[in-house]
Design a protein around this ligand. Structure first.
Ligand code: PSV
Ligand code: MN
Length: 392
């Protein structure tokens, strides 16, 4: 049985190589359908978004990649953008496709009844694989806003056929080391039926496609009371958990800071990740944030989110697995629950401060950011031009 000090040392080792990917769109202006609030110093292009993400990595040490969203982050030369990221000490990560913002997509993208619109949507997804080739990215994230608002509006079954056909064409275009991350979402913007509404649908399509297709669990995309950690355990066991989009579901969709309102849920999810081997040194699970910061400063919001994931991970790593297994085998319901709660109730902040010190970082990344003068500098530098935001 591992002593607490061994567990702590092993946890520190895992935390040291933890990798949390940031979304470029977190640094742009965002809001609700009621209002987008601008903030001074917001990046005006993908180059500046990458600079801000590099700042988060400089302070946290565990956020070395930034995901792009195409066409929000469209540039002429993606190799140059990847080189820019490398110069700043980070790399381009997942490429997120966007087939939800053109007028053509009113009735859907890859499941649209019009074959011309479907062709346009698939061509965009193929273009995203070209971007991946240029940036060296492994993952293509697919989220479809497709669905219907009214019963009878379209044929639910035919839409599944169209979806399967589109996915299969994109899958065929992937390189040997590239993957599709298929993301599901309960509802919105389609309110009667969504074409990829849940993990079961995503899982079934991924199974049909093959081993390079895996599921992305966006923590915001579930009905209230859904047991997300069960989904995580199931998909990991099946070898089909590809990625997380972390956020917190108190908006109808996603977008609030992960772990801010329900750190216990995040802990339970991370415990299943640990239990299922999702934090092993050779893990293929991508841990990404998918958030916007509508009212809080964006760089600070990202730093806080990274820290929340780290804290939940640290607690999950401290669970005494032997004691838990013993209590479970013995049917000791309260004992088993107590083992989990002991880990959850551990104050891991000193341990994370130690981790940061060992990485040559400030123990308090939020305070270090405030002291750094970065925010003031970019407010000063980024005058004029068009701030990035939804659709830009
Ligand atoms: C859709 O709600 C989503 O979760 C998808 O991942 C999109 O790419 C992202 O949000 C856009 O912010
Ligand atoms: Mn998402």
């Amino acid at each position: 049985m591992a002593a607490p000090s061994d567990r702590r040392a092993a946890a520190l080792e895992t935390l040291r190589r933890q990798h949390i990917e940031l979304p470029s769109w977190a640094f742009g202006n965002s809001g609700t359908r009621f209002k987008v609030f601008g903030q001074p110093g917001v990046p005006r292009d993908p180059w500046e978004k990458i600079a801000d993400s590099a700042e988060v990595h400089r302070l946290t040490g565990v956020a070395p990649t930034v995901a792009l969203h195409i066409p929000w982050d469209r540039v002429d030369d993606y190799s140059a953008l990847a080189a820019h990221a490398r110069d700043l000490g980070v790399a381009v990560g997942t490429i997120n496709s966007n087939v939800f913002q053109d007028d053509d997509y009113k009735l859907g993208s890859v499941t649209n009844p019009d074959p011309k619109v479907r062709r346009k949507a698939v061509d965009h997804l193929l273009e995203c694989v070209d971007v991946m080739d240029a940036t060296g990215s492994r993952d293509l994230k697919l989220w479809f806003s497709d669905g219907t608002n009214y019963p009878g509006q379209d044929d639910l079954r035919a839409r599944q056929d169209r979806l399967a056909e589109a996915l299969s064409e994109v899958y065929g275009r992937l390189g040997d080391d590239q993957r599709i991350l298929l993301e599901y979402k309960l509802f919105e913007p389609a309110f009667y039926a969504t074409d990829v509404p849940d993990w079961g649908t995503a899982y079934a399509h991924c199974l049909e496609l093959g081993e390079k297709a895996v599921v992305c669990v966006d923590t915001g995309h579930h009905a209230a009371h859904t047991n997300i950690e069960f989904i995580v355990a199931f998909l990991l066991r099946a070898g089909k958990l590809g990625a997380f989009d972390f956020n917190s579901r108190f908006y109808a969709d996603d977008d609030l800071m992960v772990g801010a309102a329900d750190p216990f849920q995040l802990f339970r999810i991370m415990y299943e990740v640990v239990r299922g081997g999702g934090l092993a040194a050779d893990t293929e699970v991508a841990f990404m944030l998918d958030q916007c910061h509508n009212i809080e400063p964006k760089i600070g919001g990202q730093i806080r989110s990274v820290m929340n994931v780290q804290e939940a991970t640290a607690k999950a790593l401290l669970v005494d697995g032997d004691a838990l297994a013993r209590a479970q085998t013995e049917g000791d319901v309260l004992g088993a629950n107590a083992v989990l709660m002991d880990a959850y109730n551990t104050d891991v902040r000193p341990m994370l401060a130690e981790l940061r010190a060992s990485l040559g970082l400030d123990a308090d990344p939020m305070a270090a950011h405030a002291r750094s003068g970065y925010a003031e500098r970019v407010i000063d530098e980024r005058r004029g031009g068009q701030q990035a935001g939804w659709g830009a």
